[in-house]
Write a protein that binds this ligand. Structure first.
Ligand SMILES: *[C@@H]1O[C@H](CO)[C@@H](O)[C@H](O)[C@H]1NC(C)=O
Ligand SMILES: *[C@@H]1O[C@H](CO)[C@@H](O)[C@H](O)[C@H]1NC(C)=O
Ligand SMILES: *[C@@H]1O[C@H](CO)[C@@H](O)[C@H](O)[C@H]1NC(C)=O
Length: 264
C-alpha cells in the first residue's frame, strides 16, 4: 500500500502545482525539534549559516558575575503610540505586526521604530541559569535596517498580563500557520513598563537566519503571565514549534552591560 499512497500524494502535488508546494515548504524552513531543530538550523539553507557559524549569537544565559555595571547607560527611552495592527501566527511564534508608525526606541541617540512583537514559550534568555515561562520580543528597526530588540521575561502567576488580556478573544480566532486576524488600533504602551534595571549586549536574531549585530535590551523586571495566556499563545503554534525557545548560545567573550538605577 505504501507506494500507492506516495504516488497519490505526488500526483496531488502536480495537480496543485509544484511551485506552490515549494512555496508552502519554504514558508516553514525550520522547527524546534528533530532534524530541522536549532542544532541544525545552520545547515537548512545557505542564508541560515550565521546560526551555526556566527560568534555573537542569541539568546544567552546572563550570569551576573559576567556583567559590567556601565554608568554611561541611560534609562531606556521609548514612546509607543496607538497604531493599526494585525495578529499573526507564523507557525513558529504568535505576534502582532504594526501596519503603521507605533512608536520608537532611542539607543545612543539613534532612533529605532517599533515593527512587531512576538512571544517565545518558555523564555530564551536566562538569568543565572534560570529559564522563565515566557519572553516577549519587541523588534525595532532603524532606517539603515539596524535592529534593536527589547525583551521582557514573564513568570506564570495568577495575575494576567494586561496587554495579552486585550488580545485573548482574537488569539482564540487565530488559525494555523500564516493566519492573521486584524486588531484595529492597538497601543504597545501597556508594555512600556518602567524597569530600573536592564542588561544590554550585542547578539543575533534568535530564529533563522540568525542575523547578527542586533542590540539587545533585557529588562530586569520580570512580569507575570497567567496559565490561560500561556495556553492561548501556545495553541496556534505548529506541533514541532511548541516550546519555541532556542537554547542559549556561547558568549564568546562578549560584554554584557548592566544598567541599574538603584545601585552606584
Ligand atoms: C560566574 O558564576 C558561575 C556560576 O554561577 C561560575 O560557574 C563562573 O565560574 C563564574 N564566573 C566568574 C568569572 O566568576
Ligand atoms: C489596518 O491594516 C489592514 C492591513 O493593512 C487594513 O486592511 C485595514 O484597512 C487597516 N485599518 C485601519 C483602521 O487603518
Ligand atoms: C533594508 O532592508 C530592505 C528589505 O528588508 C531592503 O530593501 C533595503 O534596501 C535595506 N536598506 C538598507 C539601507 O540596507
Amino acid at each position: 500500500m505504501a507506494p500507492r499512497v506516495a504516488l497519490v500524494v505526488f500526483t496531488l502535488g502536480l495537480l496543485l502545482g509544484v511551485a506552490s508546494a515549494i512555496d508552502v515548504f519554504r514558508e516553514m524552513e525550520f522547527s524546534y525539534s528533530g532534524t530541522d531543530g536549532p542544532n541544525n538550523w545552520g545547515k537548512l539553507d545557505p542564508t541560515f549559516s550565521p546560526c551555526s557559524a556566527g560568534k555573537r549569537q542569541s539568546p544567552i544565559d546572563i550570569q551576573k558575575n559576567m556583567t559590567v555595571h556601565n554608568k554611561q547607560l541611560k534609562p531606556l527611552a521609548r514612546i509607543y503610540k496607538p497604531a493599526n495592527a494585525t495578529l499573526v501566527n507564523k507557525g513558529f511564534s504568535v505576534g502582532v505586526r504594526f501596519e503603521e508608525y507605533a512608536g520608537e526606541l532611542w539607543i545612543d541617540g539613534k532612533s529605532y521604530t517599533l515593527m512587531q512583537i512576538h512571544w517565545h514559550l518558555p523564555s530564551e534568555h536566562r538569568i543565572e541559569g534560570q529559564q522563565f515561562d515566557a519572553e516577549l520580543h519587541m523588534v525595532h528597526r532603524a532606517p539603515d535596517n539596524s535592529t534593536a530588540v527589547v525583551a521582557v521575561l514573564y513568570q506564570e502567576d495568577n495575575a494576567a498580563d494586561p496587554f495579552i488580556s486585550k488580545l485573548m478573544g482574537r488569539i482564540h480566532k487565530l488559525g494555523m500557520e500564516n493566519s492573521e486576524v486584524p486588531l484595529g488600533i492597538m497601543s504597545a504602551n501597556k508594555l512600556n513598563r518602567k524597569s530600573h534595571k536592564y542588561y544590554r549586549y550585542v547578539g543575533s536574531l534568535t530564529t533563522p537566519p540568525c542575523i547578527e549585530d542586533i542590540k539587545w535590551t533585557i529588562l530586569g523586571k520580570v512580569m507575570s503571565i497567567s496559565k490561560e495566556q500561556i495556553v492561548a499563545l501556545d495553541t496556534p503554534l505548529n506541533s514541532n514549534c511548541k516550546r519555541n525557545a532556542r537554547p542559549c548560545q556561547p558568549l564568546n567573550g562578549r560584554e554584557v552591560d548592566l544598567y541599574d538605577q538603584l545601585s552606584c
